[in-house]
Design a binder for this molecule. Structure first.
Ligand SMILES: N[C@@H](CCC(=O)N[C@@H](CS)C(=O)NCC(=O)O)C(=O)O
Length: 205
């Protein structure tokens, strides 16, 4: 059995989407970030960074494993299930390239917008706009890839799609406002129709 500690944020949800899509049974434990539950001694014992998501897999050949970082959890789920990391080396490389765009560029820009809109006290519209434009540029790259006949980033559904989808979902209003990006929206609809994505995006039932 796998225990997954998360909140309903893009970082948390992508771990749950990967678990569900890979067909791994997991128990979702809600961590209330607004109440500081990520800073309790018990939680810091699992992840000293004090951040969700955290996964504990009690059933591994070497005993149990505790893992943080949503990207590492997605890759762990893919390796454990033997799914969603394409066998073909070219597709696998493409999947990892788009996975990394999601993990570094997209997640970072989206996270910066969150910090600027919700956390930082001194507001700067110019800086916030900078990160909104930056995020839209990355989503533009995604759209261009999907527009050239790719149903998913690496043709078949892969870890890349699980990485990027929760940030797309969270930033849909901004993307809608920008207009266009029709291939990205078509992919978003394809993702939303998948049973594993539905389960992962609604981890607390
Ligand atoms: N790179 C990390 C980022 C994790 C992260 O930023 N988690 C946020 C919620 S989305 C968090 O736990 N923040 C609580 C805090 O920093 O106090 C990942 O992908 O897992």
């Amino acid at each position: 059995m796998i225990d997954l500690y998360l909140a309903g944020t893009a970082n948390g949800l992508r771990a749950a989407v990967a678990m569900a899509e890979c067909g791994l049974e997991f128990r979702a434990h809600k961590i209330d970030l607004t109440q500081g539950q990520q800073r309790t001694p018990e939680f810091l014992g699992m992840n000293p960074a004090g951040q969700i998501p955290v996964m504990i897999d009690h059933d591994t050949p070497g005993g149990r494993i505790t893992l943080a970082q949503s990207g590492a959890i997605i890759l762990y789920a893919a390796e454990k299930s033997g799914r969603f990391l394409p066998q073909d080396p070219v597709r696998r490389a493409a999947a990892l390239q788009w996975f990394m765009l999601g993990a570094t560029d997209i997640a970072a820009a989206s996270g910066a917008i969150f910090q600027l809109e919700m956390v930082v006290q001194e507001k700067s519209e110019a800086i916030t706009q900078h990160f909104r434009k930056r995020l839209l540029r990355f989503f533009g790259l995604c759209d261009a890839q999907l527009a050239t006949g790719h149903e998913y980033f690496a043709d078949e559904a892969s870890v890349a799609d699980f990485m990027i989808y929760p940030n797309y979902f969270a930033r849909k209003a901004l993307i809608d406002e920008a207009g266009g990006l029709t291939s990205l929206h078509a992919w978003g609809a394809r993702m939303a129709a998948r049973a594993g994505v539905q389960k992962g995006m609604n981890p607390f039932g």
